[in-house]
Design a protein around this ligand. Structure first.
Ligand code: NI
Ligand code: MN
Length: 224
C-alpha cells in the first residue's frame, strides 16, 4: 500500500485501483500538496466535521462519484447534496470489496461548516492486508490502546500539533498506547497555532516505543 500525505490531516491510501482519501482539506490549506480537482478517490472517509477535515468533500464526491464514509450525522448532511454515503456510528464497520472502514472514538469536538454537530472519530482502514489507524483530531486518552488490541496497527496517522489536539509530547504516549509498526505525524505546521518539531517527536517515539516514525512533507509518499 502506498500512503501519500496531502497536507494537514489529509492522506490518500492506495492499493491497486483503490484509493481511500481521508479528510480532504485542500482548498484553503496553505500546505496542500494537490488541488481538490486533481484527486480521484474511490472513497472518501471523514474523521469529523471541522472545516480542516471536511474540506472539499462535497466537490470531490460530486465530481468523481466517490461515496463518503462518515459518522451518521455528517453522512446525513452529505447525502442531502445527492452524494452516496455510508453512515456508521462509533464502533461500526463498513465493508467494501477491497477491505473495510471502522469508526473508533476520539476525544475532540465536531461541527461541520454547515453546523451539523456530531461526535468526532478516529478511522481504522483495512486495505491490501494492512491496517491504518488515522486518529483524527484527539487528545491523549487511555482507550487509544484498545484499537490496536483488536486490530494490530501497521500504520498510525497521528496529530501532533497541539492547541486543537494533543501535542507532540502527549503524542509520544499515544504512540506507546497505539503500538503501530510505523507512525506518520500530521496536523502540525499548517498554521502558526500548531507548530511542532516532528524530528523531536520522531526521536522521542523511537526511543520510548517500538514504533518507527516516518516524517512526510506534503506530497511525499511512504510504501508499507
Ligand atoms: Ni477538529
Ligand atoms: Mn483539525
Amino acid at each position: 500500500m502506498e500512503v501519500r500525505f496531502l497536507g494537514h490531516a489529509c492522506f490518500e491510501l492506495a492499493e491497486g485501483d483503490t484509493r481511500v482519501l481521508i479528510d480532504p482539506f485542500l482548498t484553503g490549506n496553505p500546505r496542500a500538496a494537490i488541488a481538490a480537482e486533481d484527486v480521484n478517490p474511490s472513497v472518501i472517509v471523514l474523521t469529523h466535521g471541522h472545516g480542516d477535515h471536511f474540506g472539499d468533500t462535497i466537490e470531490i464526491a460530486k465530481r468523481t462519484g466517490a461515496p463518503v464514509v462518515a459518522i451518521v450525522e455528517i453522512a446525513n448532511e452529505v447525502a442531502e447534496e445527492g452524494v452516496q454515503t455510508f453512515d456508521p456510528n462509533m464502533g461500526g464497520t463498513v465493508k467494501f470489496d477491497w477491505g473495510w472502514v471502522k469508526l473508533v472514538p476520539a476525544w475532540h469536538t465536531s461541527t461541520t461548516p454547515k453546523g451539523t454537530v456530531s461526535n468526532p472519530a478516529g478511522v481504522v482502514v483495512s486495505l491490501g492486508g494492512a491496517v491504518v489507524y488515522h486518529l483524527g483530531d484527539t487528545a491523549l486518552f487511555s482507550d487509544l490502546q484498545l484499537v490496536g488490541k483488536r486490530h494490530p496497527i501497521d500504520l498510525a496517522l497521528m496529530c501532533i500539533g497541539g492547541h486543537y489536539t494533543m501535542d507532540s509530547t502527549d503524542a509520544v504516549d499515544a504512540a506507546q498506547l497505539v503500538g503501530a509498526k510505523t507512525v506518520i505525524p500530521c496536523h502540525y505546521n499548517t498554521f502558526p497555532a500548531i507548530e511542532a518539531d516532528a524530528e523531536a517527536f520522531k526521536s522521542d517515539v523511537e526511543s520510548a516505543t517500538g514504533s518507527n516514525v516516518v516524517i512526510l512533507e506534503p506530497g511525499e509518499a511512504h510504501t508499507l
